[in-house]
Design a protein around this ligand. Sequence first.
Ligand code: HEM
Length: 471
Amino acid sequence: MDGNPDPLRTAKDVRETFKRMAMNDEETCALTAGGHTVGKCHGNGNAEDLSDAPEGGELEDQGFGWNNHKSRGIGANTVTSGLEGAWTTNPTQWDNGYFHLLLNYDWELKKSPAGAWQWEPINIKEEDMPVDAEDPSIRRNPIMTDADMAMKMDPEYRKISEKFYNNPEYFADVFARAWFKLTHRDLGPKSRYLGPDVPSEDLLWQDPIPTVDYTLSDSEISELKAKILATNLTVAELIATAWDSARTFRGSDNRGGANGGRIRLAPQKDWEGNEPARLQKVLNVLEGIQSGLAKKISLADLIVLGGTAAVEKAAKDGGVQITLPFTPGRGDATAEQTDIEGFEPLEPVHDAFRNYLKHDFKSKPEELMLDKAQLMGLTAAEMTVLLGGMRTLGVNYGGSKHGVFTDRVGTLSNDFFVHLVDMGYQWKPTGKNSYEIVERNTGNVRFTATRVDLVFGSSKPPEHCLLQRLF
Ligand code: HEM
């Protein structure tokens, strides 16, 4: 921990880091132990002899960095982490040696040749010592890092380590599954896997979604849209629900999104940002429509279609007749197909498009907006048009009026941009994240705004002037 040995604090950080990858304690312990069953740490030399990192290297380094020009710098003399040694007696083979050494020996702190703290066994038997990486006639001490010692000293990890030690087959199975998860979860749904090696088993962390087998003709789509618009749901309610169902999508690992209709299920149905009361109201109405249909259309499709129909209505109210494209085919996942804990990191705790911040963050709201937009795979132009359009549709979280620069709320228009760049106004801060838009000639407050509204008109610092860069 910052150069100071502290396996218990390390355990906390390891737990948190692996949790973000949706790994539980058992998977974390299996991965760490299994990974360190093979290979070694490298710290047999002086780190100061290493050249610059790759980006600071010379042209002839061709992408390599940290070269050692003073000694051989490779093989037994490699310095990378600065710790030195293998974890197990046979570091080139899969076995249960990691737990044998970790649990059966006491370990003490020693310094590696590179000067880093590492754990070494007390009174280790000759036959338990791994051989030197280059000279098999020499035996060396094995080592453990703080993270490895965490697997022995943290009470929860220890229970798991003992279980794995006593049941190597179970350990191998948990490791294999966790390794597959670690290396495949960013592929997204299983339907994206290709090739003969795709396992037949469906795994919960793949967020399975039942496939649907219906198609919808243009006239069926029109009829459905008319049915939805004939309900008592407002444009804002329909669009907010469709947006909320879609906004969990992460381009980084293809998780989330409208497909699966998981906004109906825990944990999403209870997320504050999804306004549970409004969400339930919309879902009840859409479910009512669904149950009266001859075709079993998924709710996931109806939610998106509801948003589509509402946008068309809002455009029509603004004098523009459009038909938005709609592709059906989303399935409705069940609660059993949903890893509640695994979905928690997808909670939208900030969403500039609905002018929502769950709480105050260290990062500025406009920085969070860019982060969210890139995570959703939106371009700068798409982000801008969506945000400005949604403001006029009145879909702000909790009905807030910030950034709603229009007198025709619920009608799709470019009023947001018209008022944003109108020199008849002055912009006055009223709090950390709130502004008043004041008429210059009368001094009357015309609108209010947050940072994510005004950033589109700002040119300070220049790189934040999104509008000028885009148009
Ligand atoms: C708990 C968090 C972990 C920490 C703090 C950690 C730390 C380290 C360190 C310091 C090294 C030495 C690097 C060097 O000096 O060259 C290393 C090597 C290694 N780690 Fe980890 N590790 C962790 C988890 C994992 C996981 C999850 C895997 C794979 C499933 C893994 C697989 C390996 C392997 C195979 C090596 C040896 C590489 C070689 O032989 O060059 N580690 N780790």
